[in-house]
Design a protein around this ligand. Structure first.
Ligand SMILES: Nc1nc2c(ncn2[C@@H]2O[C@H](COP(=O)(O)OP(=O)(O)OP(=O)(O)O)[C@@H](O)[C@H]2O)c(=O)[nH]1
Length: 294
């Protein structure tokens, strides 16, 4: 019996809950059971009907009041609490049947995935004790990736999470419909970017594809040149190295997603399915010697 668990992560407001809701709805239509679990102890309203909710166990408000912790400290405390009181998660995950998808809507504090141990430990426990096969879905907001420095910052953060968590990883470019909406109706004279010259709907579609391609198939030397142009010359060697790193990293797929586009939702589900399937024959990850046990 193997449960497929995807951890949906990324910065606050990137669209994690909306992605989870879209998957849940699409799952109903495509007959792929998708159970969304809210793992954010600070969540307000949810965009989906949760199969389980971590707030049944603990909330950030409980912790901040009782232990006088700030919002970040309280959140880390909550996640460590989930890890210690792991029976709650075990009961949730093991209640689903083989082939079902369990989607964990994770909190928006990126340090949880890049610095702290708790999420990594949770993954190890799910894989060892709950017969789960985990993958990470990291969302990057397309509307913030408008320039080279934001693109590099987002890609490096996603890469840090990939290295820290050590599970199959998919980057999803969220809110791509906003890229389209922000395209100008008319061309701007003198602008070099091809997507700025857009007289009609067909050209607009082409322009959208062009704008998206910049992130999906990034021209890294051009992005490095853009960085060089606005930063002090002493950063050039660093920019070149970061660019070279991302040239390798761009081999990791970036899947365009919009909650308003059925085709994009179906494609994201397909990509995650392929990621999990590809991972199916792999033995459960051995525990590295340096890793402690919980
Ligand atoms: N246009 C558009 N808006 C979106 C999309 N996905 C999310 N949003 C909007 O972005 C805002 C934040 O979305 P959420 O799904 O709540 O983001 P989140 O990452 O769960 O946020 P936190 O729980 O605060 O970390 C909401 O207003 C959504 O309606 C999308 O694909 N297209």
């Amino acid at each position: 019996m193997v449960r497929c668990v995807q951890l949906v992560m990324g910065p606050a407001g990137v669209g994690k809950s909306t992605y989870c809701a879209a998957l849940q709805q699409h799952g109903m239509v495509s007959r792929q059971p998708v159970h969304v679990v809210n793992m954010d102890p600070a969540a307000d309203a949810l965009a989906y009907e949760p199969a389980a909710d971590v707030r049944e166990l603990i909330t950030v408000d409980d912790v901040s009041d009782e232990l006088a912790l700030g919002p970040n400290g309280a959140l880390v405390y909550c996640m460590e609490y989930v890890l210690e009181d792991v029976e709650w998660l075990e009961e949730v995950v093991t209640s689903f049947v083989d082939g079902d998808w369990v989607v964990l809507d994770m909190p928006g504090q990126v340090e949880l995935y890049t610095h702290f141990e708790c999420v990594r430990e949770l993954i190890r426990l799910m894989e060892r004790q709950m017969e789960a096969r985990c993958c990470a879905v990291f969302l990057l907001d397309a509307s913030f990736l408008g320039d080279a420095s934001k693109f590099f910052a987002g890609a490096l953060t996603a890469m840090s999470a990939m290295l820290q968590l050590g599970v199959p990883h998919l980057n999803v470019l969220s809110k791509v419909d906003l890229v389209k909406r922000r395209l100008p109706d008319r061309g701007v004279e003198g602008e070099e970017e091809p997507w700025m010259v857009v007289p009609g709907e067909e050209e607009r579609e082409e322009a959208f594809e062009g704008a998206l391609e910049r992130f999906l198939l990034p021209d890294v030397p051009a992005l490095v040149a853009e960085l060089d142009a606005k930063m002090d010359a002493r950063f050039r060697a660093l920019n070149a190295r970061v660019g070279a790193l991302l040239e390798d990293y761009s081999l990791v797929q970036l899947v365009p997603f919009s909650s308003t586009d059925e085709e994009a939702i179906a494609d994201a589900m397909l990509q995650v399915g392929m990621l999990l399937q590809h991972d199916e024959e792999r033995e459960v990850r051995p525990q590295p010697e340096w890793e402690g046990t919980v």
